[in-house]
Each structure stands twice: as C-alpha cells, then as structure tokens.
Design a protein around this ligand. Sequence first.
Ligand SMILES: Cc1cc2nc3c(=O)[nH]c(=O)nc-3n(C[C@H](O)[C@H](O)[C@H](O)COP(=O)(O)OP(=O)(O)OC[C@H]3O[C@@H](n4cnc5c(N)ncnc54)[C@H](O)[C@@H]3O)c2cc1C
Length: 414
Amino acid sequence: MGADGKKKVVIVGAGAAGLFAGCFLKKEGVPFVILERGDKPGRKLLLTGHGRCNITNNKSPRELKEGYHEAGSYIYPALNSFSPEDAMRFIEEELGVKLKEEENNRVFPVSDKAESVRSALVSYVGEENIVTGFCCIDMDKTEEGFVVISDKGEKVDCSEVILACGGRSFPETGSDGTGYKVAGNMGHTITPLTPALSSVEVCAKDREFTSAVSGVSVNADANLYCNRKKTATGTGSVLFTHKGLSGPAILELSREIPRNIASSEGWIELDFTSHRSDEELDRELLQEIEGHPDSKITTLASRYVPSSVADKLGERAGVTDLRAKMATRNARKELLKVLKHLSLHIDTPPAYETAYVTRGGVALKEIERKSMGSKLVPGLYVIGEMLDIDGISGGYNLQAAISEAFIAVSDIIG
Ligand SMILES: Cc1cc2nc3c(=O)[nH]c(=O)nc-3n(C[C@H](O)[C@H](O)[C@H](O)COP(=O)(O)OP(=O)(O)OC[C@H]3O[C@@H](n4cnc5c(N)ncnc54)[C@H](O)[C@@H]3O)c2cc1C
C-alpha cells in the first residue's frame, strides 16, 4: 500500500514501457507515479524509427512472435492479450495519434514525428504523475508493499512496483543498466547482456573497403563466422559505412557476435548473389564473359552490385581493368569469390552506444509470462527491454513493451 494505506503503483522508468503502463493505470483510475532518473520522459522514444517512431508491426500475434528469437513462445500470451491491432486502436483513439502503415507492416505516426507519440503519452499519463530526477537504486519489500529508494536516499511507498528501466543500449537516454542491479537485489537472475540490432565495425584493413563505398546499400545475405563456424545469417540489405557494416542483414546477426570476438577469429561473409549457387554463378559469369568479350570484367560484376561496389570488388579480386576476353579461369574464380564470399573481419564487438536493443536481461523463468509478475517477489513486475527479450527491427521491441505493460496492469487491477 501507499503510505496512506491505499493501493498505489510505482513505475520505475519513463520509457515506452513505463509510459504505456502509466496510460493503462490512468485509464483504470488506479493511483500511480512514474519515477524517472532523467530530466525528461521518453528520451529514447524520440530516437526510434530514425525520429519517426516505428511504433508497432501490424501482424497477427502468431506471426509477430517469430520476431522475438528464443522468446517467441514466451511473449505470445502478452501479444495475444494486447495485439498490434489493440495497440494501434489505443494509440489512435485514446492518445489521439493518427497512424499509417508502411512496407513490411511497419506502423508510424502520420506526423512522421516520434515527438507526437512521446508528447501524447506524457499528456495522457499527466505530467503531475511523473517525477524526474529520481534514480532508483534499490527497494525494500515491506508487509504492505514496497519502499522504492533513490540514489539520494528519497523513499516512495507503494503497493506494487513495475520495473521498466530499459536495457543498456544508448545509455545517454538513461537506460544504463541500473535497473538490472535493482532486479538483482530483489533476487532476480540477469542473463548475459549483449548489444543487439547494432551496426558492426570491421578491422582497419577491411575498413578501407567499406569506407570507400560508405553510404551504398546492397541486397546481400550476411553470414557470421566465429572460430571458423557459421553462427548466424542476416538477410535483406547491407549498408556500407565508414567504420564497417550496417543495414537490416547486419543488425539481425549482430546479437550473435560474441564479446570475445577479438580473441576468436570472426568475420562476416557477404553474398551478393544469394539466389544462385557457386556453380550457377560461375556458369552465368562465363556466359557474360563470352557475350561481352570487350567489356571490363568489373562492368560485368555491376550486374549484381552497384558499380562503385563492383569496382572495389574488382580491386579485391585483382581484376581491375581486366577485359572479359582476357579473363582466365582463375580470374573468374576470384571474381566469383568476392561476389559470393566477401569476407570482412571483425575485431571489435558491437557497442551498446550503437545497439538499438540489449539481448539478455531479467531471466524469463522467474517472470510469469501471463502477467509479467515476479515469481520470486509478489507485487513486483518487470516489463520492456529489462527482460531477456529482444525483437527484430520493425516495431517489434516497442510492441513488446506495450503488450507487457498491458498485461502487468491487467494483473495489478485484477
Ligand atoms: C536509436 C534507436 C531506435 C529504435 N527504433 C525503434 C523502432 O523504431 N521501433 C521499435 O520497436 N523499437 C525501436 N528501438 C528499441 C526501443 O526504443 C526500445 O526497445 C524501447 O524503448 C524499450 O522501452 P523501455 O521502456 O523498456 O526502455 P527505455 O525506453 O530505455 O526506457 C527506460 C527508462 O527508464 C529510465 N531509467 C533507467 N534506470 C532507471 C532507474 N534506476 N531509476 C529511474 N529511472 C530509470 C531511463 O532513463 C529511461 O527513461 C530503438 C532503439 C534505439 C536506441
């Protein structure tokens, strides 16, 4: 109970998860306060979707769950209880933010501004219900409920606590991992943490390649190799950057890059012609060479990749300026190698500063999946990125936060 003996919920963290939990409590008329360590609620929300906020992905819960890796079955009841359709209805009808759907079912505000979502959430919750500058470092379980304690020694009594402190990614937005310590103090296990949905830096030697074509995006499959074994694949497109690689295919596999990548041999192999086998591509290259004997061999390669990339691949293969009619079997083999097996080595693990989400977190075996309630501490709930759940890009992570907030509040109101 709160100090006055009445039900009062404390939400720790005014990110997406905490703000949505606040909205659902407000709708039900349950007293609550959101305690936020930063000076402004919803700072990470402003960065989402490149400032446009890809709030959800309009798929059925059954389809959507496939985007949460190992946690797909775990999160299904939450998605089923409050689906993307429910979330969209709530955002449009209750928050008054009109939405639109773009390719791959991704949903954005019509305004194309994340601020419109952030400010609608804050005004629905009510600024008077958000306390900023309160960094929770611990809590005590009492007979009546909890006492939530800040780093300055402030104390807030409540009947239930919802921990919504986020992960460790983009720590400048406030989610620096303190929440894990609070959950740990309450007896919860924190599974190993890794940056996920991150761009990847390649080693200095290979950076020469990526920086030369920085800003160019290509269709390619990306295969991650660690200790000479293929450990993950990302599909879609790859964006070359000054420091290495980004784009959907790279973001997808980044969660599998081990922290000790510097000491184990690791690389990303790009396949620019993934719909052909080596043999098929070889036959095709031979036909191209025979059909265009006077063309430069790199011009033939630009059938598969943009010409700036084809030129760099030609350099790698040692066939720059080579005319097709002069191409030996070996030259063709080298060209095939860079078109299907371009290896770019990694000696630095992805950083939290560039990761959209954190893999790992509060162990799911200790959290009831139908309510997000702690199995160890009755009255404690954990939602959002703090949990050991990370989704693919496309609105999956915000939808997870929204659905989890909904079932936690439903459990609290009974
Ligand atoms: C650049 C970027 C783009 C993204 N784009 C998308 C997208 O378009 N779609 C999508 O679905 N997902 C996107 N994500 C992921 C998504 O933003 C997160 O998964 C989501 O914000 C998690 O919500 P959360 O409330 O759990 O955590 P957060 O949003 O991180 O909020 C946690 C809050 O808790 C506060 N806090 C932390 N510790 C304490 C403490 N001890 N005491 C008090 N307060 C505390 C923090 O200051 C913060 O305000 C993106 C992430 C990034 C970084």
